[in-house]
Ligand binder design. Structure first.
Ligand code: KG4
Ligand code: ZN
Length: 342
């Protein structure tokens, strides 16, 4: 099946063409420069920017894949969770295309789609891995920190979630309070490379307390250290700033890896998934891979461009849903700003 996927749940307008799990094209137009001055995503600005981009990005995705609207067998769009005004842009655009072309449209859960990103194949690249189930799946992004049991590609059971900040949100807020800019994940990772994680020991919240997470206390701890050590007065290249970034990252990574491993063991998983924007973090990828390898379990994690928000993952999950006629949308379908996976 040739599927066009569309995504506009947060601050990326994305379109992708996927056929039989192979990504023929994947375009992402990021709005990060528009939101940077506010230190976070402004919903109204996001919706307007999606409106300006959705048509162009879709055309480019079709062009790059060497196909036309008339070749498509179906459409997939993010129906939730996300910012409602942002979601409605791609949703309504996709409804229009579905009506005009007479092809089915399926509504995709964004978080579930992240977890399927490791099982997409790049065009001309190696075939995607075919895992044994069940899998333990950790989706970590700016808006989500969820652990699931995956019984197959479409059947998810929740195992744990954050009780406050998402892991990516913790990176972003910590970077902001350390004056490092927005978004914070990549900046902190770069600084942490130069730092000594043992200089400042940060808490490992809820480390051995079930499969839920809590990250909001960590940023407060960083803020306390930052003030007490008077780090605001230091130049950006000061070693203590790098040490604090490294200490923070080590705490988040240890908690995420420990819980992914605990979830894998609890459900007798045959492997684990690590996905979402934070899965781009090298320390997290290496930590999770090593911990799972020690138990003889494979880790499935997407290539870097498919960690962050993209439409390839939406089209990929959409193709599987369309094959089963799952969640086919009528013109009256609504966006779901909150949409639990299971
Ligand atoms: O999946 P994503 O693009 O958007 C959401 O669905 O939220 O994830 C964005 C999040 C941001 O919080 C960003 O700081 C974080 O992913 N992130 C990282 C890294 N790259 C992006 N966090 C840690 N290390 C990174 N290298
Ligand atoms: Zn996302």
């Amino acid at each position: 099946m040739l599927i066009l996927g569309l995504e506009s749940s947060c601050d990326e307008t994305a379109a992708a063409v996927v056929a039989e799990g192979v990504v023929r094209s994947s375009l992402v137009r990021s709005q990060v420069d528009l939101h940077r001055q506010y230190g976070g995503v402004v919903p109204e600005i996001a919706s307007r920017a999606h409106l300006e981009a959705v048509d162009v990005v879709s055309r480019e995705a079709l062009k790059e894949a060497g196909c036309h609207l008339a070749n498509l067998d179906g459409l997939a769009v993010t129906q939730g969770p996300g910012l409602v005004g942002a979601l409605l842009v791609a949703l309504n655009f996709a409804k229009g295309l579905s009506l005009a072309m007479g092809i089915p449209l399926t509504g995709v859960n964004h978080v579930k789609a992240h977890a399927l990103a490791p099982f997409l194949s790049p065009v001309g690249g190696p075939a995607a891995p075919a895992p044994d189930f069940p899998l333990a799946a950790l989706v970590v992004s700016g808006g989500h920190t969820h652990l699931y049991q995956m019984d197959d590609y479409l059947t998810f059971r929740p195992l744990g979630r954050t009780r406050d900040d998402a892991a990516g949100e913790a990176f972003d807020k910590t970077a902001k309070l350390m004056g490092l800019g927005y978004p914070g994940g990549q900046v902190i990772e770069e600084m942490a490379r130069l730092g000594d994680a043992k200089k400042f020991h940060l808490a490992r919240p809820m480390l051995h307390e079930g499969l839920d997470f809590s990250f909001s206390g960590l940023k407060t701890q960083v803020l306390t250290i930052y003030r007490q050590a008077k780090l605001a007065d230091r130049p950006p290249e000061d070693q203590s700033l790098a040490d604090l970034a490294a200490g923070f990252q080590a705490a988040v990574v240890e908690v995420l890896v420990t819980k992914l491993l605990a979830a894998s063991q609890a459900i007798g998983a045959r492997g684990a998934v690590l996905a979402g924007g934070v899965a781009a973090n090298g320390a997290l990828r290496r930590g999770a891979e090593a911990a799972l390898a020690e138990r003889g379990l494979p880790l499935y994690t997407p290539p870097l461009p498919w960690c962050a928000d993209n439409a390839a993952m939406i089209a990929g999950l959409g193709e599987r849903q369309l094959a089963r006629s799952e969640n086919i949308l009528e013109l009256t379908a609504e966006a779901y700003p909150r949409w639990p996976v299971a």
